[in-house]
Design a protein around this ligand. Sequence first.
Ligand SMILES: [Mg+2]
Length: 269
Amino acid sequence: MPLRGVLFDMDGVIYNENAPIPGAIEAVGWAVSQGIPHLFVTNTTSKGRKALVAKLQGMGIETGPSRILTPCVAASEWLRTQPSGAVALFVRSAAREEFRDLPLLTEGAETGAAYVVIGDLGHQWDFKTLNRAFRLLHYEPDARLIALGMTRYWQTAEGVSLDVAPFVAALEHATGRRPQIFGKPAEALFSAAAHQLGLARNEIVMIGDDINADIGGAQAAGLRGALVQTGKFRAADLDGPVKPDVVLASVAKLPEWWPVSATPVNSRC
Ligand SMILES: [Mg+2]
């Protein structure tokens, strides 16, 4: 199967924090000029699509909200396909816009949720908030636990900090409810990406700097994975169980690699 579509991870592939990675803007521009269907795929749940578009545009990448796929977008689209029911959101205010056309549970209510959505609340987590999520699940045995990713921790300016997974794990442990996970490496996000691009999974390559979340997740979902040696990449990543289809010095090498991409992989560029 020839490659036809591209998923760009954002942090560590297009930019590091607020600095574009050299050649990234040109690589995206190349994909646009070639008419290659593409999406920007990120596990961020602390920013809405508008803010992510603004960040890319600020770096000179012209794009729009329909080209951004986040766990919030994938989860809200999935919720629209499910039986209707009240959705309890535990997400930052910036992420709420993706869910605004769904029936949302009244703030503070402790019963009546059909879906309990857990995102990265950061400093807004406290016992009362986590316990409210627990009560919603406990009182409604059929309520679904939705995780906007299962990242365990992340690096912030003030030090390493808990991400989404530990809070989901606490709720899973307390209720026995298995979470439906959106966010790399979960299959649901890659499935949503393929659906959005209108391509078969094996026609799509995920370009990422996270050997497990990006490459392992994409490959397990039937996509191909191109590991870039920027962002969080470490040389030891190449010695683990996940084998990228290709290793690129950076996303800037995408145009150079692309024409030979239909040939057997495990090449380097
Ligand atoms: Mg990344």
